[in-house]
Design a protein around this ligand. Structure first.
Ligand SMILES: [Zn+2]
Length: 412
């Protein structure tokens, strides 16, 4: 045995538990003491052990741009325009350096799997993809990184994009996606993405039904395409802010189709709260997809960080647990059960949304785990504790505690 973690609290079970790990897999989960000898023993002293955090939607290539391109107006159009300018100035090492900072922080926060969107278009060509591809292997010791090849600027309006998307997929993309609302022909955009998904037998990941304008929902087109292509359980949709504006009846009407297609809906509250309802002068809408209600009806859901310190989201540090806290506040999730649901949205449900299997705290699962300096799920959601120990495939890969040590700097 490699590692034994004794005296843990688990999110979904009562009592004091012990977990044993060998060769990267969980071998025992028991209330009885585990006497098997292990190389390492970690006494958790009753703290909360959860499956590794999963961030199912982030943009590593445009993270940490805010200092270089500060917001002047703070609007969506400024964010689009300045990020376009930033893209023209990216270098390979610049992308890698910003992405590495976020990945290293994420590992320390306990994120053991992550899907990053990687922009591929005629401006950037394959630069972002070439920068991020080697990081998959470089950081495999601490995190499983999925690369979703992403057409941010549209497809039908950007000649050459379709070939570049194919090239990136051939180089090792894990999923294909786009932002159809940017494209003058959203239906064609969706169709082209499904064509590539079929060609490369990969998952689909759209930025969909974002913004709060009067344009029609694109969700019906995606549902129809998913069913037509038999792409059940392989489609993930980020933002979906327009769902927040639907009546209960209109939202409920989508539920059977979403369940049949196995489509996952991801809320990205840090961005959505910041970007939505800019024209509201009072009773400002929140624009966060009601994923709690969808989850209760059996729809696959998750939450994610999306952007970190750029013009689309001038906040955040890449910690998906802090996004749990934010989502709980925005969707008014205060009960113990709803806190558990919230944590699942950044762990087991997020994993399911991006096709990660062998996941969870059970015998035979991969030992991707985080020990949190919290005594319960509700406390973890309340404080997103600084103290964390990250375990990737059975090895302790990071240990975080408060690092501000000013001893001796305060003179009296
Ligand atoms: Zn995004």
């Amino acid at each position: 045995m490699d590692l034994k973690i004794t005296n843990v609290t688990l999110p979904d079970r009562k009592g004091n538990w012990h977990v044993a790990i060998a060769n990267g897999y969980i071998r025992e989960v028991s209330v009885e003491p585990i006497f098997t000898k292990t190389d390492q023993t970690l006494d958790a002293q009753g703290k909360l052990l959860i499956p590794g955090l999963v961030d199912p939607h982030i943009h590593l290539d445009k993270a940490l741009l805010l200092e270089r391109y500060p917001a002047v107006e703070g609007t969506f159009s400024e964010a689009m325009q300045k990020t376009l300018q930033a893209k023209q100035e990216y270098t390979l090492s610049d992308i890698q350096s910003r992405a590495s900072k976020i990945i290293e922080k994420a590992i320390a926060f306990g994120t053991t799997s992550m899907r990053t969107h990687v922009e591929v278009d005629p401006i950037l060509q394959l630069k972002s993809f070439e920068a991020l591809l080697p990081l998959k292997e470089k950081y495999a010791w601490g995190i499983t990184l999925q690369l979703a090849v992403f057409a941010q600027e549209g497809i039908t309006n950007q000649p050459g994009t379709i070939d570049l998307l194919r090239q990136a997929m051939a180089m090792g993309g894990d999923a294909i996606g786009s932002a159809p609302y940017i494209d003058p022909d959203p239906a064609a955009n969706i169709r082209l993405v499904f064509d590539i998904a079929q060609e490369f037998d990969c998952d689909v990941d759209f930025h969909l039904d974002f913004l709060d304008d009067d344009s029609p929902l694109l969700l019906p087109i995606v549902i129809e395409s998913t069913l037509k292509h038999n792409w059940h359980n392989r489609v993930c949709l980020g933002h979906m802010t327009k769902l927040a504006g639907l009546t209960t009846a209109a939202l409920t009407a989508f539920i059977p189709q979403l369940k049949e297609a196995g489509i996952a809906i991801l809320a990205l509250p840090a961005t959505d709260l910041y970007m939505m309802a800019r024209n509201d002068t009072h009773n400002v809408r929140r624009g966060v997809a009601p994923i709690d209600r969808l989850a209760e009806s059996g729809v696959k859901v998750g939450l994610a960080t999306n952007n970190v310190q750029n013009l689309f989201t001038p906040f955040g540090d890449g910690d998906v647990l802090k996004i749990c806290t934010l989502l709980a506040q925005v969707l008014q999730l205060g009960t113990t059960d709803s806190h558990r649901l919230c944590l699942e949205m950044a762990t087991s449900k997020a994993a399911e949304a991006i096709g990660i299997s062998d996941y969870g705290i059970a015998v035979g699962k991969v030992a991707d785990l985080v020990l949190l300096d919290a005594n319960s799920v509700s406390e973890a959601i309340a404080i997103a504790p600084i103290g964390r120990i990250t375990i990737k495939r059975g090895s302790i890969v990071a240990q975080s505690k408060s690092s501000l040590n000013l001893k001796g700097n305060i003179k009296s």
